[in-house]
Design a protein around this ligand. Structure first.
Ligand SMILES: CC(C)(COP(=O)(O)OP(=O)(O)OC[C@H]1O[C@@H](n2cnc3c(N)ncnc32)[C@H](O)[C@@H]1OP(=O)(O)O)[C@@H](O)C(=O)NCCC(=O)NCCS
Length: 148
């Protein structure tokens, strides 16, 4: 699996993977606006310290993830798989690839407590709940320590 930098067109496509305001919020937090406009997505997501990455099936993005450093940990944000590609192990493969690329790093992420598929996945890969996110009600912080 090779992750590549996301283009503006990729971001716009990823924004269309969510079919309701709630689905969009579960993925990207409350500030994106529904339906997401590409310019606003770029404003919220395309900042210098963040890597926006896609995994392509052929030319077309099938999975997306944002990475940045938060409190000394590799923070995994806005992980998403294209609706037609879900349930086939892509998210598990993508995260496993990140652990392989950064074997000596601790990881963190935030996930809403009612996002059952994502919670199941993260628990199964060794993430543990470390607290609640201050500015997003119902959002858990999880960490995965490399030397656990
Ligand atoms: C969460 C998400 C990234 C998972 O991607 P995926 O490629 O479908 O996940 P995988 O196929 O790798 O599945 C990983 C595990 O989650 C489980 N899972 C997947 N979909 C599930 C569902 N709808 N309900 C319960 N468990 C589910 C699978 O059983 C799998 O476990 P297994 O390997 O033991 O069978 C995907 O559902 C998604 O894009 N959701 C919308 C965006 C989102 O909420 N992102 C998370 C932000 S924190």
């Amino acid at each position: 699996m090779q992750l590549q930098p996301a283009t503006m067109d990729d971001l716009a496509l990823v924004g269309r993977w969510f079919d309701s305001p709630r689905a969009l919020t579960l993925w990207g937090g409350p500030r994106l606006g529904y339906p997401p406009e590409p310019a606003r997505l770029a404003r919220e997501m395309d900042w210098p310290a963040a890597q926006n990455l896609v995994w392509r099936r052929g030319e077309v993005p099938a999975a997306f993830v944002q990475l940045f450093i938060r409190q000394g940990r590799r923070h995994v944000a806005r992980l998403a798989v294209a609706p037609a590609d879900r349930g086939q192990g892509l998210a598990r493969a993508l995260l496993s690839e990140l652990f392989r690329c950064y074997p000596r790093e601790d990881f963190s992420l935030a996930v809403y407590e009612d996002n059952a598929p994502a919670l199941y996945l993260y628990h199964s890969l060794g993430f543990e709940v470390s607290g609640m996110l201050d500015d997003a009600p119902g959002c858990l912080m999880m960490v995965r320590l490399h030397d656990r």
